[in-house]
Design a protein around this ligand. Structure first.
Ligand SMILES: [Zn+2]
Length: 473
């Protein structure tokens, strides 16, 4: 049976008094904002969570996933102020002030509630102090009243008559959470600009996460004496066009054979490598990630071309179809034909050990991204840095890392890595003092042996990128 997460099991219960007090706090806050921005429209956003548990790490993930979709619906308007508090015991809350009419803002808020994946769990109050109407109801704007989560009838009537048990309501919410985050990772549709930002976030988040064993981060250059954190910043900036080009190529692709989509983005990839080399003065910071992230972005673009929410598993199928020929035709042919000195790390490993490296990973649909990266990011608690470290280690323990094998000059290093990761897990992961200290210890070991988990780092980039689109981080 598939893993099922209970959103409410680890949350803290609140009392009725606390709920009432919070209601007063919210209306005080709203009034303050209305007084400060009388000509604008105030939106107060919260979740409708039935029962006494109103916050948990999963509830915050739901809020984040919905909140970023809601804000992206207001991308074209001037947002004057944002207040966000995800940690409140009575549930996450946010406010934002938009320079737009009450009608316009209310319509967008309703369409978010009706059409986005978690919209039905959200409650957005929209108010404009100087508008004659002050507030507008759904029916005044020609929309139907809100429908019940469980039975689809009028939600107010169901609540008034207490038609459903708490268990039934929780079951619906749990099912939405599991569909979106656990059974698969659902990715809403975002603008090209938002996708470029998510990709940049992925590349920079990987770089700044620390302490990473053997890799470059702000506190250590690891086993790479030719780069610093700034090399990675420069390299990421040089890739901005590439992120947009690959995503757009996917959206515009009208062919049948997805291998042609790979052929379409290849010239962009070569240009991106050139841009990286120029920006870093000849250092290879991101060659592997340019390859995998470009393919992933093109696949996501293609999957979301009809402007509907997509499942990561579908994107991964597209990735694997794009890369269907990579191992047999390209890697095998090249590795056998070229003389050994001219081979890339992947080609030479295929030649020596029959390891398929990054091409094999693409052909298999970049599975470790979901299997280890996103799963750990979702489950891990603590700061974003700790969650990304836990994800990195889970990936490192789950893949055959061609950079690591190249540096160690033996595939036996993979088994050793699994043992390191095992020890790290037993220490409680990155959010414990012991776990953190162990990572620094590993950093020293890796530096002294000149080892680097570059392949795992590339997957961490993809994890942070997709985690950002999905709302996990
Ligand atoms: Zn109902």
């Amino acid at each position: 049976m598939k893993e099922q997460v209970d959103v409410f099991s680890q949350g803290q219960s609140v009392t009725l008094d606390e709920v009432l007090e919070n209601r007063e706090w919210r209306s005080y806050k709203q009034n303050q904002l209305e007084d400060s921005y009388p000509e604008d429209t105030v939106v107060a956003v919260k979740l409708n969570m039935p029962g006494a548990v109103k916050n948990s790490s999963q509830i915050q993930q739901i809020f984040q996933a919905g909140w970023q979709v809601l804000l992206s619906d207001f991308d074209d308007l001037l947002i004057r102020k944002i207040i966000l508090d995800k940690e409140r015991k009575t549930g996450p809350e946010a406010f934002f002030i938009v320079k737009a009419s009450l009608v316009e803002v209310k319509k967008r808020a309703i369409s978010f509630e009706e059409q986005s994946f978690f919209g039905r769990l959200f409650d957005s109050d929209v108010m404009a102090k100087e508008d004659d109407a002050y507030q507008l109801s759904r029916t005044a704007l020609g929309f139907k009243p809100r429908t019940c989560l469980v039975c689809g009838e009028n939600a107010k009537a169901c609540a008034r008559d207490q038609r459903h048990d708490l268990a039934d309501l929780h079951a619906v919410i749990n099912s939405l959470y599991n569909q979106y985050f656990v059974d698969d990772s659902l990715l809403p549709v975002f603008s090209k600009e938002a996708v470029v930002k998510a990709a940049s976030f992925g590349f920079l988040a990987e770089a700044v996460t620390n302490p990473k064993p053997g890799l470059v981060d702000p506190v250590s250059v690891g086993a790479h004496d030719d780069m610093t954190i700034y090399t990675f910043v420069d390299s990421t900036l040089a890739l901005q066009d590439y992120f947009g080009q690959t995503f757009e190529a996917g959206q515009d692709f009208a062919g049948r054979d997805l291998k042609e989509l790979l052929a379409t983005i290849r010239p962009f990839g070569l240009k991106a490598e050139e841009a990286m080399i120029k920006a870093t003065n000849g250092i290879n910071t991101h060659k592997g990630a340019i390859f995998t992230a470009g393919i992933l972005l093109a696949a996501y673009g293609y999957a979301s071309r009809n402007k509907e929410i997509v499942a990561l598993s579908d994107v991964q199928v597209i990735v694997s179809q794009m890369g269907a020929d990579l191992v047999e035709k390209e890697l095998a042919a090249k590795a056998n034909a070229a003389d050994e000195g001219a081979l890339t790390a992947g080609q030479s490993q295929f030649h020596q050990y029959k390891l398929t490296g990054v091409r094999g990973e693409v052909q298999m649909g970049l599975r470790p991204l979901s299997e280890f990266g996103l799963k750990t990011l979702r489950e891990s608690k603590g700061s974003d840095n700790d969650r990304l470290l836990d994800s990195l280690m889970a990936i490192a323990g789950g893949i055959e890392d061609s950079t690591l094998i190249k540096r160690a000059k033996t595939p036996a290093i993979t088994k050793e890595m699994v043992e390191y990761v095992d020890t790290f897990r037993k220490l409680g992961g990155a959010s414990t003092e012991e776990g953190k200290a162990y990572l620094s210890e590993l950093d020293e070991i890796f530096i002294s042996r000149h080892l680097s988990i570059g392949g795992a780092a590339d997957y961490l980039i993809l994890t942070a990128l997709v985690g950002r689109l999905n709302g996990l981080i």
